[in-house]
Design a protein. Structure first.
Length: 522
């Protein structure tokens, strides 16, 4: 790292001895340096000038006290000039020192931080970074310091520099607040500020309405799922999908939302109305999506457990009947073996079979094999799923009210089924309605419903939830007001946003600004 740990309380002061690499990089005199120094008459003057030159290159400003320059630095420069380093003590005449500072500024093109053009340029550069990046105040401070050092802009006093950075950061924060408070409608503004009002009786540890939205789901129990749906309904009174957030950098919005999430209610209440509203807009815009993610994830876990239990129960049942299946299969295998024996006629084979096994035993073996073998047309644990139908039915109204699905081509079957549920619910779905969209169901569901038309409504709802959970897991189904389940294509930035942020991104990654520059044509 360049110049690491050299600056603590004030610029222009050495904090320790420079390393060998730093001595070579900043205090090694060039031919131009030596030519300029050679024009000076006295050895002390030449040494003093060279020490000032090396110091301004290293620290970004002229030394506050030449006597505090490390002796190692003086020795390194004196050796190059073949001058006794001890004579640096005679370099004390203020007029000479001032003249040398002026000469260095002129010959090496150093600029003053207080120059209006320089100040305006730095303000514009820093303000752009403070507005559009998530860099902290300390990072902005360090980056501006590096820019001044690299561009030969003489550093002012530490307090002046800090006030400059602080002022720009405050301007950027005010700009962000202005952008955010202009987004919600008047009605939404009232509702947003209402989140800071008391809830009356403490609910889930919440003292203000905002706390009800900040409390995450604890698990995927039915009680928590219902609380999650209630929370989504509160979030959805704000039509964030209509909010024009394009001008607000996503990183800034997330940082502000996280700040609002962690801040104490009493602290937020002491802020100005403008700041309160900006925090609340950021919080709702970001945590509405997070609340949706939490809800969909908890809902998926809830139903996945239900499906898993049903499958496990059928698997245990199949294991319990495996001995019966083995006996029946062995019987049928022996019978088939007799019929396949070419040394005897089919009539003789039939006679032997009937002598060995009664018709009742043969029919029982055949029936057992048909019942116990896994049939591709039968749904897994369908009877068990139907016995838990109330679990599926319970959250259908909330799903329809709070979640809007979209999907890819692979998710179209799920969307078609939910279109029917949305149109018909809470009225029951008839077999005739099922027939119109039957191709959207797996063969197992089709087969079962055809055999059991009396439970078509229950089967469609259960199958619909199964399609939804699988679609979310495979990302064939997505939800716009979400981070985890959003359409990936919608996250690509548009041309306007790219042009706004391109320069900053290129600078951060230290990349060429254009393709031509990258291949060396510019």
């Amino acid at each position: 790292m360049r110049r690491k740990n050299r600056l603590k309380q004030e610029f222009g002061i050495f904090e320790g001895v420079p390393s060998d690499d730093q001595l070579r990089l900043y205090f090694q005199l060039t031919d131009f340096d030596k030519t300029l120094i050679g024009q000076m008459r006295l050895p002390a003057t030449r040494l003093g000038f060279a020490v000032q030159l090396g110091t301004v290159r290293f620290l970004g400003t002229f030394p506050a006290n030449l006597q505090q320059v490390p002796i190692e630095v003086v020795n390194y420069i004196a050796l190059q000039l073949n001058i006794d380093p001890t004579i640096i003590g005679t370099y004390t005449r203020k007029m000479t020192i001032t003249q040398h500072i002026k000469l260095i500024k002129e010959q090496y093109h150093y600029q003053s931080f207080s120059d209006s053009k320089v100040n305006d340029r730095l303000t514009k550069w820093l303000l752009e970074r403070a507005r559009y990046t998530t860099e902290t105040d300390k990072m902005l401070f360090d980056m501006l310091l590096k820019k001044c050092l690299d561009e030969k802009i003489l550093l002012p006093g530490m307090s002046t520099f800090e006030r400059f950075v602080g002022g720009v950061v405050e301007d950027a924060a005010n700009w962000l607040d202005d952008q955010l408070v202009a987004i919600p409608t008047e009605t939404e503004t009232t509702h947003l500020l209402g989140l800071l009002t008391s809830v009356g009786d403490v609910v889930y540890g919440a003292t203000i309405k905002m706390d009800l939205l900040r409390n995450p789901l604890m698990d995927e129990s039915r009680k928590e799922l219902q609380r999650g749906f209630d929370r989504l309904k509160q979030f959805q009174q704000f039509k964030t999908e209509n909010w024009q957030l394009e001008s607000v950098p996503a990183g800034k919005l997330k940082n502000l939302a996280n700040y609002a999430f962690k801040a104490k209610a009493s602290f937020i209440k002491r802020m100005s109305k403008k700041r309160q509203l900006a925090l609340l807009v950021a919080f709702v815009a970001e945590y509405k999506k997070r609340a949706m993610d939490e809800q969909l994830l908890a809902l998926s876990h809830f139903y996945e457990i239900t499906f898993k239990r049903a499958k496990n129960k059928e698997a245990k049942e199949r294991l319990r009947t495996i001995k019966d299946l083995d006996r029946a299969a062995s019987t049928l295998s022996e019978i088939v073996g007799l019929f396949m024996d070419e040394s005897i006629s089919s009539q003789e084979a039939r006679a032997r079979v009937l002598d060995t096994y009664s018709p009742e035993v043969i029919e029982s073996a055949r029936t057992q094999v048909m019942q116990l073998t896994h049939n591709e047309q039968e749904p897994i644990a369908i009877e068990e799923l139907l016995s838990t139908y109330r679990k599926f039915r319970k959250f259908i109204p909330n799903i329809l009210e709070t979640i809007t699905f979209e999907g890819t081509v692979n998710g179209q079957n799920c969307l078609n089924v939910w279109d029917l549920i949305r149109q018909q619910f809470p009225r029951p779905i008839s077999y005739h309605m099922f027939e119109k969209i039957s191709e959207n169901f797996s063969k197992k569901w089709q087969y079962y419903i055809q055999k059991n038309p009396g439970v078509v409504n229950q089967c469609v709802l259960i199958a619909g939830i199964e399609l939804l959970i699988h679609g979310l897991k495979r990302h064939d189904i997505f939800v716009r007001q979400s981070n985890r389940y959003i359409d990936p294509m919608s996250t690509l930035i548009d041309e306007v946003t790219w042009q706004q942020q391109k320069n900053i991104l290129v600078q951060q990654l230290d990349l060429p600004a254009t393709g031509a520059e990258a291949v060396g044509l510019e």
